[in-house]
Design a protein around this ligand. Structure first.
Ligand code: IMP
Length: 468
């Protein structure tokens, strides 16, 4: 019976899911002529995600595309809950600037499909599909994210900011929920231009007549105009890739072909179950497979959760396991190259967090675990948070979780000896200490339903030990 398996983030994002997915998909190509997974699907989120992949030693940073570009013949789908930005995919010579890791603004030249064509000689256009009911991002959405963050900051200070990735994801989901926006498949109809123009005009009125004129929010008019112009230039490209994802999945599964889903963001950033409002705007848990792909939950098979031996977080909100020593945090940032692939921001680093790990296991129902970046151990002693205090007692992952994550204080730490990388593997200290404890904890939290399937030991796709 064909099924849909998937990989999801088990922490605060940036766990290295992309590489694990890439590895899993490439491996099957080597093992057999027939692909076990016929397609990879991105179920939610948008260009806020960022995954760094290495192909023939060259780095590719993907945002909107799922990580199937380097697997020949792999069909790549964008699901119905995804925010599709045509400029991010097809744009060329974009005026937009993004910051590098030092905060310097640098020119981002091209969209993802264009980069793959120009820099890697890979043309995915014949195997790339977009759900008709995917959410079409409007040209104003990134601007609106800036407006809302500006208003929050000017009222309550920097700490009040959600600290989003600036990709306009929240405004796009908000427009969709308010039934104001556009869906990708709208362009199959003759009234698309009129509907899009109406939508853009409404957004422009809201921006300029209310937020700029009345609320006094500063807005770069030239950038807005450029966005609208770019949007119209590239939006038509979507048309050739539209499919009914529900029908495609039904047909594929019916023919005995399996599908792989690559979740974006992570369990702890889930809009409903994360630390609202410091969450992303989509539901990031595996249940999104059903609603985004239009399939029944019964076809969902193995869910793999990816975790690092430490955690990182970007954006606002309480970070309960954050390392208290800035020097140690800097060591992890450097060793793990913990700088946002979408924003360039340094990621805050924290200790592996058992209570939140248990929460992620409970919420996702994962049956597989992959420890990425297991080679990143720049210190002699590694720690895990075993429990937290709250005003109503302690939290260890097995008892009731508080409504607000900010209740979690006074992390109680347990320590493990550090380890070293040895060839393509790790020294014994890793397996006898950290790994062993994690494995037992995961087994206890899931009633023995989870298995560790591999560890990542370096940045290349082959630096990875799979245990089966
Ligand atoms: P947004 O998804 O851009 O609205 O950002 C909301 C929150 O989710 C912020 O704290 C972001 O830093 C975080 N976030 C969004 N996408 C990612 C990701 O791919 N990795 C890590 N954090 C993310």
């Amino acid at each position: 019976m064909a099924q849909i398996d998937g990989t999801f983030g088990g922490q605060w994002g940036d766990e290295g899911k992309g590489k694990q997915v890439d590895k899993q998909l490439r491996k099957q190509k080597r093992d057999s002529d027939e692909l076990y997974y016929q397609a990879i699907v991105k179920p939610q989120g948008g260009a806020n995600a960022g995954h760094t992949l290495f192909h023939n030693g060259k780095k590719f940073v993907g945002h909107l595309l799922p990580s199937g570009m380097f697997v020949p013949d792999m069909n790549m789908y964008i699901g119905a809950h995804v925010i599709v930005d045509p400029v991010q995919l097809w744009g060329r010579d974009l005026a937009e600037m993004v910051a590098d890791k030092d905060g310097n603004k640098k020119q981002r030249q091209n969209g993802e499909i264009a980069i793959l064509q120009d820099d890697f000689g890979i043309d995915i256009t014949s195997r790339f599909y977009i759900a008709e009911n995917a959410i079409l991002q409007g040209p104003y959405d990134r601007i609106f994210e800036g407006v809302f963050e500006y208003l929050k900051e000017s009222k309550n200070g920097v700490a009040a900011k959600v600290g989003g990735t600036g990709r306009g994801i929240a405004p796009s989901y908000a427009n969709d929920a308010a039934r104001l926006g556009l869906r990708a498949g709208d362009m199959l109809y003759s009234d698309f231009k009129e509907r899009a123009n109406d939508f853009i005009e409404e957004q422009s009125n809201l921006l300029f007549k209310y937020y700029v004129a009345i609320c006094g929010v500063p807005v770069d008019r030239d950038l807005v105009m450029q966005r609208v112009e770019d949007w119209w230039k590239y939006v038509w490209k979507i048309k050739d890739h539209l499919v009914s994802i529900e029908y495609e999945m039904r047909t594929m599964l019916g023919a005995g072909k399996n599908v792989f889903v690559e979740g974006a963001q992570a369990a702890l950033l889930d809009r409903t179950w994360g630390p609202y409002p410091y969450v992303t705007s989509s539901n990031t848990l595996p249940s999104v497979i059903a609603s985004s792909l239009g399939v029944p939950t019964s076809v969902i098979g193995n869910i793999c959760l990816v975790v690092k031996p430490y955690v990182t977080k970007v954006g606002g909100g309480h970070f309960p396991s954050r390392m208290t020593d800035a020097k140690v945090e800097a060591e992890f940032q450097k060793a793990g190259f913990e700088f946002g692939s979408t924003t360039g921001r340094p990621r805050q680093c924290g200790h592996f967090d058992l209570p939140l790990f248990a929460r992620a296991l409970n919420l996702t129902g994962a049956s597989q675990l992959y420890i990425s970046k297991a080679d990143i151990c720049p210190v002699d002693t590694m720690y895990m948070v075993e429990s937290y205090d709250t005003e109503r007692g302690y939290v260890d992952g097995f008892n009731r979780f508080p409504h607000r994550y900010s209740d979690l204080i006074n992390p109680k730490l347990i320590e493990f000896p550090g380890w070293k990388k040895e060839g393509n593997d790790l020294s014994l200290e890793f397996y006898s200490g950290f790994y062993n404890y994690l494995e037992n904890f995961a087994a206890q939290a899931t009633n023995n339903k989870i298995k560790i399937i591999g560890i990542g030991t370096g940045e290349n796709v082959d630096d990875c030990r799979m245990f089966d």
